[in-house]
Design a protein. Structure first.
Length: 319
């Protein structure tokens, strides 16, 4: 870590304070508040103002936390920057748009994009940043809002070198529990897209199974218990069961609020299907799952619900 170890970083930047980004930024701030200042940017000025009020509490250092007017200001103020944005178009705008990050980045910067986006866009961002000497990494996450709040996310990291990975790891460790090096830039996106395609498929399969069992008269908790001690066991059935009342802390038991939004799962499934087209891979179940999540995401009743509302969609739609 010869270039910019954490002890020498004076200010850390974070762009994108959404459902995932805000708790990630909170944990990153808490992890380095004694050694570095902070600067944040988001188009939602309410969330940035709240972040400032919560964390800028040191009267001896009124600039401990700053709100940037643009991504460019973040690049000029911070030497380590993390971005967490909804989709490819947002990443390209923040990095390459007017007053974007690119204009202010130098070979002194480490930049980590934690967004889930097209692999081709992740590679493009990395290539452009590498040309300026920037240490650029893609590091999409798994673990949902619960993992973001608890600081237990899994980061799937792609970087040009293991040295770049080592430079970024201390920052990722403040936000996550499992920091996995996946190889070159873009490979982090490969791991995330493949994981979420499987997750999306398994959630629909679990929803269909639970719906069938309940309609046949089975107690849902009993059925889930049997599944989870048998060969049908999976994360969607055991940890995040989509049937209301089975798990006390699941999204299903709080009206499918919070968690990982249906539009985000629809986006990730589209990324997987697009990647399959580009690589001439066959993803029959992935394509079918994409269609279901697309329908849910375009329905006003479901567009703001957790992706496990697939159970609600299937059970109500088949009455």
């Amino acid at each position: 870590m010869a270039d910019i170890p954490p002890a020498t970083v004076k200010r850390i930047g974070f762009i994108g304070l959404g459902n995932m980004g805000l708790p990630m930024a909170n944990n990153l701030y808490k992890g380095f508040k004694d050694s570095a200042d902070f600067i944040v940017f988001d188009v939602n000025q309410t969330v940035t103002s709240n972040f400032l009020k919560e964390h800028n509490t040191d009267p001896a250092n009124p600039d401990k936390v700053k709100i940037a007017k643009s991504p460019l200001e973040v690049a000029k103020e911070a030497t380590v920057v993390v971005t967490m944005l909804p989709a490819s178009q947002h990443v390209q705008s923040v990095y390459f748009g007017q007053d974007g990050l690119l204009e202010g980045l130098t070979d002194k910067h480490v930049v980590v994009d934690a967004s889930t986006i097209d692999q081709s866009v992740a590679k493009k961002v990395a290539d452009v940043l590498h040309a300026k000497g920037v240490k650029a990494l893609d590091a999409p996450v798994s673990g949902g809002t619960g993992g973001a709040q608890a600081g237990t996310l899994t980061f799937m990291v792609g970087s040009r070198t293991t040295e770049d990975f080592d430079l970024a790891k201390p920052y990722l460790e403040k936000m996550g529990k499992n920091i996995v090096y996946c190889g070159t830039n873009g490979n982090g996106q490969v791991a995330k897209i493949c994981n979420n395609m499987l997750l999306g498929i398994s959630m629909i399969a679990t929803s269909e199974t639970m719906n069938l069992g309940v309609r046949m008269g089975m107690d849902p908790k009993l059925l889930a218990g049997i599944l989870n001690t048998s060969s049908g066991r999976c994360w969607s059935s055991e940890v995040y069961n989509p049937c209301p009342g089975v798990l006390e802390n699941s999204a299903a038991s709080r009206g499918y609020t919070g968690g990982f939004g249906t539009p985000l799962m629809a986006k990730d499934m589209r990324l997987a299907v697009n990647a399959a087209v580009e690589t001439r891979s066959t993803v029959l179940l992935g394509a079918l799952a994409q269609q279901l999540y697309n329908q849910m995401a375009n329905n006003k009743e479901f567009e703001k619900l957790d992706f496990s509302a697939a159970y609600k969609w299937l059970s109500e739609g088949s009455k």
